[in-house]
Structures are given as structure tokens and as C-alpha cells.
Ligand binder design. Structure first.
Ligand code: BGC
Length: 465
């Protein structure tokens, strides 16, 4: 039977590519929904007559939904399957995009953004896990960084489409156009196989074998992998009880949360959500300048992610992170200092933009992808689902705090001090990285787990004996 279904020749490569492409689309939608609001906000604020506080809520209501979506996905993708969870996310992406495009007032826009948030949160938990369960071992590591690349690409695409629609000021089209990739995601997910690991965990071994036959180059390889999956499944997921009983596990759950707080408090999303506004503060007052500047921000974010993909397995996580935080601190300090000067000369205005780009490079080459990589690596097998649910939800809660407080901070502290504060945060993160973050390059996950459970300090989790 296995040979009959087995995708021989190039067939399995094409099928694996198709599966990875569809799942990566979820990353693209994640990015589209994060990115789209920056360009739409100025137009919809004018149109719907909304104040700063309401704008903050339009931005951060999506993150609120995402935190809940990540929590729900932890449960849903374990019980009902990764595919079901992705399908639900796709439906919510469609509903949220349509609903936000047709919103008659700010209240319904906020509800629509919560729906989109649920979709984003669900896919931000499910897609990386599904990818890691479906990808062949050799490319499993790079997949997580690739996923980040898709997020960055989504943000860039949103900025480009916002710019195109900005000439007519049509914010409804900016938000509504996302329905198209969401429908593609929905149709694509219908054709996805179930995750072999999830199927095996449910005792559906034959189906798991069938899926692996389609994904791997030979049925021998597929059977071997299924055997390994069955072996690893002997370790039952028992996140909550492990959390209550085991202080070593609690330490690493804490570390996962801290890593995500660090990623968010770099200040990256302040720029992602409010880029045109920041260009305005720097003296670029025309809408077209602001929109194109924002596109360049998105492009730099995509390109610099390649630096991380190249460095992560050569340099290691820790030095790359430290360098990234340093670059981000420099960028934020320079921004803050120049904005203190008040009216800027033309040269100074461009310098501010260069510093903004420097900050983006710092994030995309380090904290952007690496935090997701580290969060996936440090959790012990037994508590992986639980640990990932906690860290992914923390990412979104921290994201809300950053998104919801930015405009208030601008009002209360002024733009210069706000950026200086984010600069200081990045310096603190360098210290935290040195003190607490382990180097996990070239270390097996089993080894990290052993170090954790024998009580080694967090920063030594990747240490060889
Ligand atoms: C972060 C998002 C951020 C994006 C920017 C992701 O890793 O979790 O909050 O907007 O990177 O590229």
C-alpha cells in the first residue's frame, strides 16, 4: 500500500514545497495584518474622526485578539489538529478583513481587528509547530527563520499596497484587499495533510504513514521517521502539571516569556505600526514621502532578515543577539538625540531616517527571528506545547503594551524621550542576554533538556559537559 501512495521521484519534493508554501502563507498574513495598519491609520482616523486613544485601540485590539488566539490555538491544535487550527485561522482572516473594510465606526473596526487578531495569534502558534513537524530534518532549523522572513515580507507587501491605495486615500481597500491571500490560504489549507506527529499522537498511525509517504523520498525513510515519532510520543505532554511540580521547568517557561518581552520592548513595533507618524515627527510632512519611507522600512526589514539566516548557525544566537541589541540601542539613541534638537535641517532629517533603518537592521538580524528560534529550542519535550503557548501569548501581551502606550508616551514624554527610553531598554537587554540567555548553537535539544533538568543555570543550558 505504501508504494502505491508514495510520491516517487520529484513528486514528494513538489508536495513538500506546496505544504511549506501554504503554511508560510499564514506567516505572510500575520505580516500583512501587522503592517497594514500603519498606512491605513492616518486615513481612517480622519474619516472616522477618532482621537489618539482610539487610534491606539485600533492598533492594539488586534494584539489583544492575538494573545487570546495563541492561547486558544495551544488547546485547539492539540485536540483538533494543526490543520483544523489553521483552517479556523483562515476563516477568521477572511471574516476579519471583510468586516474591517466595511466598518461603519470605530467600535466595529475594533471588533474586526480582534477577529483578525484571533487569526494571527492562532497562526503564530500553529504554523511554526506544523512546519517543524512536516519539514524534513535537514531544513527544520532554517524553517523558523524562514517563517520570520514571510512575516517581514507580509509587512512589506502591506506597506506597498497601502502606498498604492494612499493616492486615493482608500483605507477600506487597504484593509479589504487582505481578503484575497486569506481566501488562498483557506483553499490551500483544505489540501494540506494532517501533521504526521499529531496523527500518530491520536493513534492514527496508518494516516500518519500515508502523509509521510507523500512527504519523504522513500517509504523506508517515512517508516523510520514514524518509528521515531512513536518513540518520542512516549513522552506525554504534561505541561501544566510539570509547571506546578518542577521548578526547572518553571525557570525555562519564565525564560521563554522574558525572551518575548525583550523582543517586543526593543520598540520594533512602535516603528511597524506608526512608521508614517514617525516620519512626520522627523519633518517629512507629505503623505507620499511618509508612505514611501515606510515601504523602505519594510524592505530593510526583509533584507536584514537574511543576515540572521546566515549568522544564526555560524556565529551563534548570543553574539548575534548582543550585536543586534547594540545596533538597536544606537539607532534609538540617535533618533532621540536628534528629535531633541527640534526643527531639523534637511541633512539631519535624512540622518534620522538612516538611524531608523539602522534600528530595523538591528532587529531583523537578531531579536526578530532569534527569539522565535530560542523559544522553540529551550522547552523540554514534555512541556513544549505549554511552554510555547505561554511564550507566544506573552509576545502578544507585550506587543499590546507597546502598541497601546506609544501615542500616550509621545504625548506625555515627548518623542525624543520616548525613543531614548527604548534605547535604554536595549542596553538592559544586552545585560540580560549576557546573564541569562544560553548559547544553543550546535547543541541537541536533548542535551539542552538534560542541562535544564539537572539544574544548570539558564545561561549554561547549551553548555557541553
Ligand atoms: C515579531 C513581531 C514584529 C515582526 C517584525 C516578529 O518576530 O514577533 O512583533 O512585528 O517580527 O518583522
Amino acid at each position: 500500500m505504501t508504494t502505491a501512495i508514495h510520491g516517487s521521484g520529484r513528486c514528494h519534493v513538489r508536495f513538500t514545497f506546496f505544504v511549506c508554501f501554504i503554511v508560510a502563507l499564514a506567516g505572510l498574513l500575520f505580516g500583512l495584518d501587522i503592517g497594514v495598519i500603519a498606512g491605513a491609520l492616518p486615513f481612517l482616523s480622519q474619516d472616522l474622526h477618532i482621537n489618539n486613544q482610539q487610534q491606539e485601540w485600533v492598533v492594539s485590539s488586534m494584539m489583544l485578539g492575538a494573545a487570546a488566539g495563541a492561547l486558544a490555538a495551544g488547546w485547539m491544535s492539540a485536540r483538533l489538529g494543526r490543520k483544523f487550527s489553521l483552517l479556523t485561522a483562515a476563516v477568521l482572516f477572511i471574516a476579519g478583513s471583510l468586516f474591517s473594510a466595511c466598518s461603519p465606526n470605530v467600535a466595529s473596526l475594533i471588533v474586526a481587528r480582534i477577529l483578525l487578531g484571533l487569526a494571527v495569534g492562532m497562526s503564530s502558534y500553529t504554523a511554526p509547530i506544523y512546519l517543524s513537524e512536516i519539514a524534513p530534518e535537514k531544513i527544520r532549523g532554517s524553517m523558523i527563520s524562514m517563517y520570520q522572513l514571510m512575516i517581514a515580507l507580509g509587512i512589506l507587501t502591506a506597506y506597498l499596497s497601502d502606498t498604492a491605495f494612499s493616492y486615493s486615500g482608500s483605507w477600506r481597500w487597504m484593509l479589504g484587499i487582505i481578503t484575497i491571500p486569506a481566501v488562498v490560504l483557506f483553499i490551500g489549507v483544505l489540501f494540506l495533510p494532517g501533521s504526521p506527529r499529531w496523527l500518530a499522537a491520536r493513534g492514527r498511525y496508518q494516516e500518519a504513514q500515508k502523509v509521510l509517504n507523500m512527504l519523504r523520498s522513500s517509504s523506508v525513510l517515512a517508516s523510520k521517521e514514524l518509528e521515531e515519532i512513536c518513540k518520542s510520543l512516549k513522552t506525554k505532554q504534561s505541561g501544566w502539571s510539570l509547571f506546578k511540580e518542577n521548578s526547572n521547568f518553571r525557570r525555562v517557561v519564565f525564560l521563554g516569556g522574558l525572551l518575548q518581552v525583550m523582543q517586543q520592548f526593543t520598540g520594533m513595533n512602535v516603528i511597524m505600526y506608526y512608521a508614517p507618524k514617525i516620519f512626520g515627527i522627523a519633518g517629512f510632512t507629505s503623505t507620499s514621502n511618509q508612505m514611501w519611507g515606510t515601504v523602505i522600512v519594510g524592505l530593510v526589514n526583509v533584507l536584514a532578515t537574511f543576515i540572521a539566516i546566515g549568522l544564526v548557525d555560524r556565529w551563534g544566537r548570543k553574539p548575534t543577539l548582543i550585536l543586534g541589541f547594540l545596533v538597536m540601542a544606537l539607532g534609538m539613541f540617535a533618533l532621540g538625540t536628534f528629535l531633541h534638537l527640534g526643527a531639523l535641517t534637511e541633512f539631519q532629517r535624512y540622518f534620522v531616517i538612516v538611524m531608523l533603518m539602522l534600528f530595523i537592521v538591528g532587529f531583523a538580524m537578531s531579536a526578530g527571528p532569534l527569539i522565535w528560534v530560542l523559544c522553540a529550542e529551550i522547552q523540554p519535550l514534555k512541556g513544549r506545547d505549554f511552554g510555547m503557548t505561554v511564550s507566544t501569548s506573552t509576545n502578544w501581551i507585550a506587543n499590546i503594551i507597546v502598541g497601546a502606550s506609544f501615542l500616550t508616551m509621545l504625548e506625555k514624554l515627548g518623542s525624543a524621550n520616548t525613543f531614548l527610553m527604548y534605547g535604554a531598554m536595549n542596553i538592559i537587554f544586552i545585560v540580560l542576554t549576557i546573564m541569562l540567555i544560553p548559547e544553543t548553537k550546535n547543541v541537541s535539544l536533548e542535551h539542552i533538556e538534560r542541562n535544564l533538568m539537572t539544574g544548570k543555570p539558564l545561561r549554561e543550558l547549551g553548555k557541553r559537559d
